[in-house]
Design a protein around this ligand. Structure first.
Ligand code: AMP
Ligand code: GLY
Length: 434
């Protein structure tokens, strides 16, 4: 079979690498892809969010499966349009993708289906928003309703800051995305990313991952798209995973199906482990980036049958459960993000990266490209904010982490920046329990 993958980042490089290993796959195509993905399969110059262009490309290539990586095309209805043309698509409909594209929609669905989350209100009016702030304790959590490239959440330490922020947001700080706000209670706890692959009825939960969203070591400084991730994340004990499944996954999937928006694809549940148990921080309608890189490295089984089953639906529960054997002790894996200087603000592009091949030949290591290009001399150069995802597996998380940093030390890219403490919460837990 032939597969068309949509996207261009490190997440898609990892998906391309994993999908192309499947004995079921003849050709992997990618749109728009990247210089790294092009080495796996042909790339086509169609932007990921160009829904019309994707449709034209699909009609030309006639893939047996289309896998959509990022949220933008899903929020624009790419999966619906391609399904209407008869294609099998891994990715939710526009209606179901609102779980990511509208935070207010997601909160209302959680309230309707009984999934635990922070108490909230939806506002377009500053006076009513301020009245709701009266009912909360600081810090205050303000969220732009729409997609804001991961930047639409503000945690305000004081009432003054919250009021200033809410005025800015309602006045278009994030354009149309912040014409409506969600204000919610602050939740205290440790976060984890849970990924559920589903055909709308059946589901498979992948091992729990922990992302490191902040730019600085010790989880300090501004939020980024993610500076590194690892799995399995011990914060999510089997008992907590069971609670997530029973209290969040099943009610959400049933509710969405009942309301005529069956969710097909991967549901990313951002969980906060609070004193009262797991609560939803957010949903995303796609794999996490860089969480996906960790999961693809760790997964022993072929992912293609599961992608296909989620896309086509109609499978019996017992068959669906066999698609990806759930490993009670998954191989530890880690991804360390190397970013260009200036990230997450304005990253500096163009610096030359050498020695990638040698670094990538280390045992258990794969280097996924998130934002590279090739210059006239044939060298890789930085062309994005997050540039490389140095990923490794090991017998233990410690070994995986050591392998990833050894590979980073091999890479000749003086400008590249990374956190040196990816995986620290799990490693610290391990030390405490040793
Ligand atoms: P989101 O884009 O919704 O994932 O929010 C970005 C980050 O803000 C999350 O990963 C959390 O660290 C933080 N956050 C969002 N909502 C809350 C909340 N209600 N309580 C505490 N932290 C939150
Ligand atoms: N790593 C966080 C995200 O993909 O949204």
């Amino acid at each position: 079979m032939n597969v068309l993958l949509v996207g261009s980042g490190g997440r898609e490089h990892a998906l391309a690498w994993k999908i192309a290993q499947s004995p079921l796959v003849d050709t992997l195509w990618c749109a728009p892809g990247s210089v790294a993905i092009d080495r796996i399969g042909p790339c086509f110059d169609v932007a990921a969010d160009d829904v019309e262009g994707l449709q034209k490309l699909a009609l030309q290539l006639e893939p047996d499966l289309i896998v959509i990586g990022p949220e933008a095309p899903l929020a624009r209805g790419a999966a619906d349009m391609l399904r209407a043309r008869g294609f099998d698509v891994f990715g939710p409909s526009q209606a179901a993708a609102q779980l990511e594209a509208s935070k207010g929609f997601a909160k209302d669905r959680m309230a309707a289906y009984g999934a635990p989350t922070a108490r909230y209100g939806r506002f377009t009016d500053a006076a009513r928003a301020k009245a709701f702030l009266d009912t909360l304790q600081p810090p205050f959590v303000l969220k732009a309703d729409g997609l804001a490239a991961g930047k639409g959440v503000v945690i305000a330490a004081t009432r003054e800051e919250a009021e200033a922020e809410l005025a800015d947001m309602l006045c278009g700080k994030f354009g149309g995305a912040s014409a409506e706000l969600v204000i919610e209670e602050f939740m205290e706890g440790e976060e984890a990313s849970i990924f559920v692959m589903t055909d709308g009825v059946n589901h498979l939960t992948l091992p729990p991952v922990q992302d490191h969203k902040r730019i600085g070591e010790g989880d300090t400084g501004p939020n980024t798209g993610g500076m590194g991730a690892y799995a399995p994340a011990p914060v999510m004990t089997p008992a907590l995973m069971k609670r997530v499944e029973e209290e969040i996954t099943i009610p959400m999937l049933r509710g969405m199906a009942k309301d005529g928006m069956p969710y097909r694809g991967v549901l990313y549940i951002g969980v906060m482990v609070t004193a009262d148990g797991p609560k939803v921080v957010e949903f995303n309608c796609r794999f996490g980036d860089p969480e996906c890189q960790v999961l693809m490295m760790q997964m022993q089984a072929d992912i293609v049958p599961a992608l296909l089953a989620c896309a086509t639906g109609g499978m019996r529960a017992s068959e669906f459960a066999q698609l990806l054997p759930v490993d009670a002790n998954p191989t530890p894996a880690v991804t360390v993000v190397m970013a260009a200087p200036g990230y997450p603000g304005a990253p500096e592009k163009g610096s030359v990266i050498r020695n990638l091949r040698r670094a990538g030949e280390r045992e258990g290591v794969m280097i996924f490209h998130a934002g590279t290009a090739v210059n006239g001399e044939g060298d890789f150069i930085a062309s994005g904010g997050r540039v490389l995802n140095v990923t490794a597996t090991g017998a233990t998380l410690r070994e995986a982490v050591d392998r990833a940093y050894a590979a980073i030390d091999d890479i000749d890219w003086p400008q590249g920046v990374c956190r040196r403490d990816i995986g620290w919460r799990a490693l610290e837990r391990g030390r405490q329990s040793a």
